[in-house]
Design a protein around this ligand. Structure first.
Ligand SMILES: NC(=O)c1ccc[n+]([C@@H]2O[C@H](COP(=O)([O-])OP(=O)(O)OC[C@H]3O[C@@H](n4cnc5c(N)ncnc54)[C@H](O)[C@@H]3O)[C@@H](O)[C@H]2O)c1
Ligand SMILES: [Zn+2]
Length: 347
């Protein structure tokens, strides 16, 4: 507990991520960032705090309780470059950050991916703690150990699996989140309704976030390095990636996932895997978060179908993660005509 804030780690919701010797806890609750000193690795005598401008401007700061310096990046996806990793590592080195010290990344997924990757490679890997400040970050990007940056050739093409020491999901930080960023997180949250038969409706926001983290943690614990089961986390993502790759639509990632969930449901229905009631459930959940259940205006169905084939997660042909009697599973070999017709159905 910190003297000024009175926030106690014990009053936050604790979600263990069970990965053997790389296990750690995610803590969810209002003001939980003030408990940072309690989760800083004991051996660290210095901490590099990496954060982004909008987070600092919103007054979301942290005090690790030991000597620290703050490194502030720009807002946005463009910070995820190898150049930014080099800059950070050079500044760490000039300051004298050692292999026993730690990084604390405070911000959305862009910062936890960048700061996490810098921690993964600096001195061949130092400890990192995430303080996640976006809904998408809290229920997705900060959990699971994937870190990395983009190349001009594609997103997240360079990275490492590097598990944090702890993750603090401060729900108070969401108060200053711009509405489109909140919607983006809600789109990912909608996905979790279908991954684990999760009854999220009865939960308040911190509980809901914790439940999503728990679901992701379970999936990741079963498949840390993405060989199979982890693919369920891509539910709704094939159309989302195509919409994003097309680049003409003004959608945040989670908003694209929301439409992608409805599309996946309609596709599963047409493929005889789920009934109309289950499709309606998808529309209800997505609509319930006040997210769009239809394609953006003027969407080019032909272009989207050809983009499905270029989705980087496609190993042999287009794979859709589709709901069915045995849950969400990879389905291949769907005809282009069906893909196209189903796009028309969600216009
Ligand atoms: N590692 C993973 O497993 C994983 C999973 C999903 C997504 N990601 C990555 O996460 C990134 C997207 O994350 P994101 O949606 O959090 O984006 P982001 O980090 O770019 O944050 C979105 C915007 O919100 C601002 N912001 C953050 N917190 C704020 C707050 N509390 N108040 C006001 N403004 C705030 C940021 O400055 C930024 O402008 C992508 O780079 C994606 O590749 C990684
Ligand atoms: Zn996603």
């Amino acid at each position: 507990m910190t003297a000024e804030t009175g926030v106690e780690l014990e009053s936050a919701i604790q979600v263990p991520v069970d990965l053997g010797e790389r296990s750690y806890d995610v803590w969810v609750g209002p003001g939980v960032r003030h408990c940072l000193p309690e989760v800083i690795p004991r051996e660290a005598s210095r901490v590099a705090v990496v954060t982004q401008a909008a987070v600092a401007d919103a007054g979301i700061t942290v005090d690790p309780g030991i000597e620290h310096r703050v490194f502030i990046t720009d807002n946005g996806e463009h910070i995820k470059t190898l150049g930014a990793v080099e800059d950070l590592c050079r500044e760490f080195a000039q300051w004298g950050l050692t292999r026993r010290d730690a990084v604390v990344a405070v911000g959305g997924g862009a910062v936890t991916d960048l700061g996490g990757f810098a921690a993964a490679v600096y001195h061949r890997g130092i400890r990192v703690v995430f303080v996640s400040t976006t809904l998408l970050g809290q229920i997705d990007a900060s959990v699971g150990g994937k870190t990395g940056v983009n190349l001009p050739e594609g997103k997240n093409l360079v990275g490492a699996y590097w598990q944090p020491t702890a993750v603090l999901c401060d729900t108070e930080a969401l108060d200053t989140l711009p509405p489109e960023e909140m919607r983006s997180g809600l789109g990912e949250m909608a996905k979790y309704h279908f991954i684990a038969d999760a009854d999220l409706d009865s939960l308040n926001l911190p509980e809901r976030i914790a439940r999503c983290v728990e679901i992701k943690a379970e999936v990741v614990a079963a498949d840390e390095r993405e060989s199979g089961r982890r693919a369920v986390l891509n539910y709704g993502h094939t159309l989302a990636h195509a919409l994003e790759a097309h680049g003409q639509y003004d959608l945040r990632h989670g908003e694209a996932v929301a439409v992608g969930l409805v599309y996946a449901a309609e596709l599963a229905h047409r493929a005889g895997r789920i009934d109309a009631h289950r499709v309606a459930e998808h529309r209800q959940v997505v609509g319930g978060y006040e997210l769009s259940t239809s394609l953006p205006e003027g969407a080019d169905a032909d272009a989207l179908v050809s983009l499905f084939n270029r989705d980087k997660k496609a190993v042999d042909g287009v794979t859709f993660m589709l709901d069915g009697p045995e849950g969400i599973q990879p389905v291949t070999g769907l005809e282009s005509s069906l893909l196209r017709e189903t796009l028309e159905a969600i216009r």
